[in-house]
Write a protein that binds this ligand. Structure first.
Ligand SMILES: Cc1cc2nc3c(=O)[nH]c(=O)nc-3n(C[C@H](O)[C@H](O)[C@H](O)COP(=O)(O)O)c2cc1C
Length: 302
């Protein structure tokens, strides 16, 4: 078995969200490069990364998010955007170029025919010449104004979500391995329309996740995770009998309650089961129109 114990700082095993930062500059370019180097679905790189440096913009995003994390001035804020706009633009440009080359070839064929026969009429010889134009070129011509369904459907949107979130995690992981810390901000989705306006996001894009990174000013305890008995399967969904399952949840409830009880600051009395039930009753009406907004952005998600 390979030795997995030499990972620098064991950063991946020691993750905890950091919500307070020191006023110390960080190497933003290297972190952006870590995000850009991430694996990408079909190599399409369907995401865009926005570094927020304008204090007014940051205040506006803080108001949307409502998060305490953005009430501080420290930490660098990034917004990860699902983006198939760029690939649509690249495809349209390439197809238009091919179409232009095709019509030039049509014209050249016509000129050659006219020169050799003294006629510009369409004849069998001209039709034969057209037939020799490669099929892909004619197809490209036909496609140049085609709808870009493969860049706007569920599959494309999910690819963008994978690319954006994996890039965000690569950035956070790299930061953590270098002694920095950060906090994801799903709360930017509290008002996606406003965020889309603030960031001037074009069609076929959607801001999916915020991430703030910096030098940690606090050292929170690590939050205990559900036991692998419940979350990791071998060759299928974890198979646990009901008694073991109930015992595992009860034990985890006690572990989480002990974690919250000992947490400083913000101790509270809560089990994991209570947290899950609380989530059931949380008011998420402000997120109800995300589907509508995605469709406004051009994604064909029914
Ligand atoms: C997609 C995503 C969105 C999140 N959004 C927020 C957020 O808006 N505000 C916040 O304070 N933490 C946010 N978090 C951090 C989680 O609250 C945190 O990861 C979780 O409580 C587990 O704690 P830990 O990361 O310290 O282990 C988010 C995490 C993820 C993965």
């Amino acid at each position: 078995m390979t030795d997995m114990s030499r990972q620098p700082n064991e950063a991946a095993l020691r993750h905890r969200t950091i919500r307070h930062f020191k006023p110390v500059p960080i190497d933003v370019k290297t972190l952006e490069n870590a995000a850009r180097a991430t694996a990408s679905s079909e190599y399409l790189q369907s995401f865009t990364l926005i570094h927020v440096t304008d204090p007014n913009l940051r205040h506006a995003i803080a108001a949307i998010s409502g998060s305490q994390v953005l009430q501080q001035e420290n930490g660098e804020l990034f917004i990860f955007v699902v983006d198939t706009n760029r690939d649509i633009r690249i495809a349209r440009r390439a197809l238009a170029k091919q179409a232009a080359a095709t019509s030039k070839r049509h014209a050249d064929t016509r000129v050659t025919y006219a020169k050799t026969t003294g006629s510009t009429k369409s004849t069998n010889a001209f039709r034969d010449a057209i037939r020799n134009i490669p099929r892909e070129t004619i197809l490209a011509d036909a496609l140049s104004n085609a709808p870009m369904h493969t860049f706007t459907n569920w599959n494309a949107f999910l690819a963008g979500v994978f690319d954006a979130t994996l890039a965000a995690q690569n950035m956070l992981g790299y930061a953590e391995a270098n002694g920095l810390g950060g906090c994801y901000l799903g709360s930017i989705l509290n008002d996606p329309r406003q965020l889309i306006n603030l960031l001037h996001l074009p069609k076929y894009t959607f801001p999916i996740l915020g991430l703030i990174l910096g030098v940690p000013a606090d050292e929170p305890k690590q939050k205990p995770r559900l036991p692998s008995l419940l979350t990791v399967g071998e060759n299928g969904y974890p198979s646990v009998n009901e008694k073991e399952w109930n015992e595992a949840v009860d034990t985890y409830d006690r572990t989480v309650a002990a974690y919250y009880d000992s947490r400083d600051p913000n101790p509270r009395a809560e089990t994991f089961s209570a947290l899950v039930v609380r989530h059931l009753t949380a008011d998420q009406h402000h997120r109800d129109d995300i589907g509508t907004i995605l469709r406004e952005q051009g994604f064909e998600l029914e």
